[in-house]
Design a protein around this ligand. Structure first.
Ligand code: OAA
Ligand code: MG
Length: 389
């Protein structure tokens, strides 16, 4: 059986919405959708892997089309295959993409590579005719656990949104089976945010837990002022207080915040993750790591990040990736992460679960689709199929 990548296609799609966090609005947000076409034929059709990047970093069509696509297509096909020559080897494809790239300064090439990497893993699992989460578990000699914790991320700022609407939003997440909800902070004054938090805590009234996300907005003084307010509430976590690369701020914050902290969605390499663990004061017994493989060079790199965690005494179970995509759901189910983010009302059709999958007691159960499972989500698959037609 020959296995050859015959084409890589990219289209940049809008995922705009009127929401705002403490740092950006999403009025012009886009993402890249990628199709990796192979010459493997299943049911009379070529196997195609799909990928997209998650919200927050915009589409990367320029980098994908001008650099990374051609490196894969120009590589001698045999150099991209596993030892048996019967399937793609995602790590070898990754190495081909990263030829002639200097280390450091990861910028947004990590998003371009992460998007293609997702499609490569989707194709690889489809060629193996297995769900990606089962393929990953087998590769690591583990048992997959298709039941994955997910939390509902939302609670954004948008025009006219008062605490009643915020409460109604959070109530709707509880009604849909979530046991942890997340809201934005840092886009209003501390006093106003405190009122918003108290309103939500009143609404969820012990039925669920609340996490808060400052999106890297605070300087040290403000981060500590918020910590002193937030530590009076039983929060699930206090996320991304300061600049993602300011490890000293994160470490200083730990002195003032005994509850769980979370960060990492804007760290895009295993080297940056390592610096966070070395210097960020993060505590492996309670804190959470949110590295998002779709933004951070993909699963090939995420595996190196997991190795860094192990070296530093962390468990993969402390990872709950940012992004709300099925790729991270598969990694969670296959490699034992602590769960995954989900945006019940945002960034559609890219985020979410296969049709018919319901959240029950804060968990979803992944069905057994070959690959990542995109074919099980009709509105998403329609966009994907249009790209590979
Ligand atoms: O608002 C955003 O940029 C998304 C985000 O931080 C999150 O989901 O944690
Ligand atoms: Mg966040």
């Amino acid at each position: 059986m020959s296995v050859r990548i015959t084409d890589i296609r990219e289209v940049t799609k809008p995922i705009a919405s009127p929401i705002r966090n403490a740092y950006i609005d999403f009025s012009k947000m886009t993402c890249s959708l990628v199709a990796v076409v192979t010459d493997v034929v299943r049911d009379g059709k070529p196997v195609v892997g799909y990928g997209f990047n998650s919200n927050g970093r915009y589409g990367q069509g320029g980098l994908i089309r001008e650099r990374f696509r051609d490196r894969v297509l120009d590589a001698p096909p045999g150099t991209l295959l596993d030892d048996e020559g019967t399937n793609l080897d995602p790590d070898r494809v990754w190495n081909a993409m990263m030829a002639n790239e200097k280390p450091g300064g990861h910028g947004e090439r990590s998003v371009a590579v992460g998007t293609i990497d997702m499609a490569i893993w989707d194709a690889t699992a489809k060629i193996a005719n297995k769900p990606l989460f089962r393929l990953l578990a087998e590769r690591e000699d583990r048992t997959a656990n298709p039941r994955v914790f997910v939390y509902a991320a939302g609670g954004y700022y948008y025009p006219g949104k008062d605490t009643d609407l915020l409460r109604a939003e959070m109530r709707s997440y509880l009604d849909r089976g979530y046991s942890v909800v997340k809201m934005k902070i840092g886009g209003a004054s501390l006093d106003e945010d405190q009122k918003r938090i108290e309103a939500v805590l009143h609404e969820i009234d012990g039925e669920a837990q609340l996490a808060v996300d400052a999106n890297g907005r605070f300087d040290l003084e403000t981060a500590i002022a918020y910590a002193k307010m937030l530590r009076n509430y039983p929060l699930f976590w206090y996320e991304e207080a300061g600049d993602p690369l300011d490890y000293q701020l994160q470490a200083a914050l730990a002195e003032f915040y005994p509850g769980p902290m979370a960060t990492g969605e804007n760290l895009f390499s295993h080297q940056d993750a390592r610096n966070l663990l070395r210097h960020g004061g993060m505590r492996p017994d309670r804190d959470w790591l949110q590295f998002d493989p779709a933004l951070a060079y993909g699963l090939c790199e995420f595996q190196r990040t997991l190795a860094v965690l192990t070296t530093h005494g962390w468990s993969a179970a402390r990872c709950i990736p940012h992004g709300g995509h099925q790729m991270a759901l598969n990694i969670a189910a296959g490699l034992g992460l602590g769960g995954n983010e989900s945006y019940p009302d945002l960034f559609q059709p890219y985020g979410g679960f296969p049709d018919g999958v319901r959240v029950e007691a804060g968990r979803v159960t992944l069905p057994d689709f070959p690959g990542i499972g995109f074919e099980g989500k009709e509105n998403l698959y329609r966009e994907m199929a249009a790209l590979s037609a």
